[in-house]
Design a protein around this ligand. Structure first.
Ligand SMILES: Nc1ncnc2c1ncn2[C@@H]1O[C@H](COP(=O)(O)OP(=O)(O)OP(=O)(O)O)[C@@H](O)[C@H]1O
Length: 265
């Protein structure tokens, strides 16, 4: 019986990709995030939900040190990626962001060709040795992002000339071209129509085979459709975290229940 418990614990430990403890964020005097503890699992889609201003994006941005770029932001606590402290002085945030990629709310392709958008990360991180290898990475990333068939004959055309949904898939291809271990998505479908949204949701489900995906969403239907784990934030606190099905069907905190039934929002 004891042996059994040891085996179960070992499996759980191996599956933790990011472990956050006591994370606090201040923007000047504003205490935006309070004492957040959470373990994010590998090969899992984790959704962050909660009312506007509750700190979802703030916490997401802690996970690849994007808050470093906000002068007034002060982050404390511990965040481990595979057991390594990402806020350790020796960690280069640019290298970290290649491992923990990010896709933003509004598609933001660079004013470069479709090819160069995807090749950008592998080039700056020196991930390929020659043009043939780079071509392979570009093609593989565009295929994973379900965009290859639509753009393969116009790779030298500008990325900004694509439709909104295609641009967002191009940004996903750009983010996955550096072979990240975690992909952070901040409301990735909010600028997309229902068809493009469905394509990106399908893609998210496929991407979890390769890495851990964390998505901030205002849509509870989307959280229920794409995620296996859900974290509910309220007024800077992580109120409840667990299996998505359980959070939506039998939340344990009354604040979660009020939010998912539409009483607070
Ligand atoms: N750069 C900033 N400077 C000052 N305050 C900020 C900054 N970014 C966020 N905040 C504040 O921190 C709190 C949390 O914001 P955050 O963007 O994380 O919330 P959110 O849950 O993602 O909201 P939304 O769903 O509206 O995007 C809010 O009160 C917000 O006003």
């Amino acid at each position: 019986m004891n042996d059994m418990r040891i085996v179960e614990r070992a499996v759980e430990t191996r599956n933790i990709k990011i472990s956050a403890r006591g994370v606090q964020v201040h923007y000047g005097d504003k205490h935006a995030l309070r004492d957040v503890d959470v373990d994010i699992l590998d090969n899992t889609v984790t959704a962050f939900i909660g009312p506007s201003g509750c700190g979802k994006s703030t916490f997401l941005r802690c996970l690849n040190r994007m808050n470093d770029t906000v002068a007034v932001a002060k982050v404390s606590g511990t965040i481990l990626l595979d057991g390594e402290d990402i806020y350790d002085r020796r960690v280069d945030p640019v290298q970290l962001r290649a491992k923990v990629g990010m896709v933003f709310q509004k598609p933001n392709p660079f004013p470069k060709s479709i090819y160069d958008n995807v090749a950008y990360g592998p080039r700056i991180h020196g991930l390929t040795r020659n043009k043939a290898e780079l071509d392979e990475v570009v093609e593989a990333s565009l295929r994973k992002a379900a965009l290859w068939n639509e753009v393969k004959d116009r790779l030298q055309e500008g990325g900004t000339g694509l439709s909104g949904g295609q641009q967002q898939r191009l940004c996903i291809a750009r983010a996955i071209a550096t072979s990240p271990e975690v992909l952070l998505m901040d409301e990735p479908c909010s600028a997309l129509d229902p068809i493009a949204t469905a394509q990106v949701e399908e893609l998210i489900d496929e991407l979890r085979a390769s890495f851990s995906v964390v998505i901030v969403t205002h849509s509870m239907q989307q959280a229920a459709r794409v995620s296996q784990r859900t974290a509910f934030f309220h007024l800077g606190n992580l109120v409840e975290y667990g299996e998505t099905g359980a959070i939506f069907t039998k939340p344990s905190d009354p604040r979660t229940e009020s939010y998912i039934t539409g009483r607070i929002g």
